[in-house]
Design a protein around this ligand. Structure first.
Ligand SMILES: C[S@@+](CC[C@H](N)C(=O)[O-])C[C@H]1O[C@@H](n2cnc3c(N)ncnc32)[C@H](O)[C@@H]1O
Length: 260
């Protein structure tokens, strides 16, 4: 079903709760709290499955109500829940909407990206969703001649990236949405996101990147588009970089640009 995942999750929990309450009122369940909790969890999981939620949502629904009950029995002061909520919100911010989680590039990946920057001249790189600056910081050591920029929407990683890059004159980080800024001034645009935004990333890269500029996507290919080349990074997570030239030969033929 074509509903946003967060709405499907809300529906699954609401239907699970309504089913459990109805079963308890009808006298079908043995006494006590746990039979109600088990019915809620099973009904929420069944609803999520019927709505076509991703498999990990089913496990979340199965564990959600039992964990709430266990947590309530631990008598944790409510302030801790508020603190955890605020902490997660500051780190993950709009992940529920963008469906891009928070994970960081490693040094081996930064070295592979450094190899993709033009060697004969200083160039400009943009990291889409720059997190804590974990790609930009090692890159600044490897390519001190280049201008390295990042844009990040979540407040906590952004604040940390500002702190960690304060002594790096070639790095600039900004807070905002990378879809709202032009990408036309960059030689390389780097993305480590998720499969969800890749079609939109590709549309914007195709519309804005200049001929010869490279779009490098860590781990998530653009569906239906052949990469210019692929890099297998020699790291523990077997990082794969999909490298595209959106304004490549096809663009040059269409627009009559030659000799680039
Ligand atoms: C997987 S992390 C990658 C962090 C960093 N680029 C790296 O490679 O270490 C993706 C980041 O993109 C951010 N993000 C997702 N969508 C965004 C958007 N539209 N504009 C700005 N940042 C975004 C998330 O908040 C998250 O911090």
């Amino acid at each position: 079903m074509k509903l946003p995942p967060a709405l499907k999750a809300l529906l699954a929990q609401a239907i699970g709760t309504a089913t459990a309450l109805a079963a308890a009122r009808s006298g079908m369940l043995p006494g006590g709290l746990w039979p109600v909790v088990v019915v809620q969890a099973l009904a929420a999981t069944a609803t999520a499955t019927a709505l076509g939620s991703a498999p990990w949502w089913r496990w979340i629904h199965l564990g959600f109500a039992p964990l709430v009950v266990v947590a309530l029995q631990l008598n944790i002061a409510p302030g801790w829940y508020l603190a955890a909520f605020i902490g997660f919100a500051l780190v993950f911010w709009s992940s529920f909407r963008t469906r891009v989680p928070m994970f960081l590039s490693n040094r081996a990946t930064a070295a592979a990206v450094a190899e993709q920057l033009p060697r004969n001249r200083p160039s400009r790189l943009l990291d889409l969703g720059s997190g804590t600056g974990s790609l930009l910081r090692p890159l600044a050591q490897m390519r001190p001649d280049c201008r390295l920029e990042g844009i990040e929407s979540a407040p906590a990683p952004y604040a940390l990236s500002v702190l960690l890059t304060r002594r790096e004159p070639t790095i600039a980080v900004a807070r905002g949405d990378f879809f709202d800024i032009p990408w036309s001034d960059y030689d390389l645009v780097y993305a480590f996101l998720s499969p969800v935004p890749m079609a939109e990333v590709w549309r914007k890269a195709s519309a804005e990147l200049r001929p010869g500029a490279l779009l490098v996507s860590n781990s998530f290919p653009v569906e239906g588009i052949d990469p210019d080349h692929i890099i297998d990074v020699d790291d523990r997570r077997h990082t794969r970089l999909y490298c595209y030239r959106p304004a490549g030969p096809a663009y040059q033929q269409k627009s009559g640009i030659t000799g680039l």
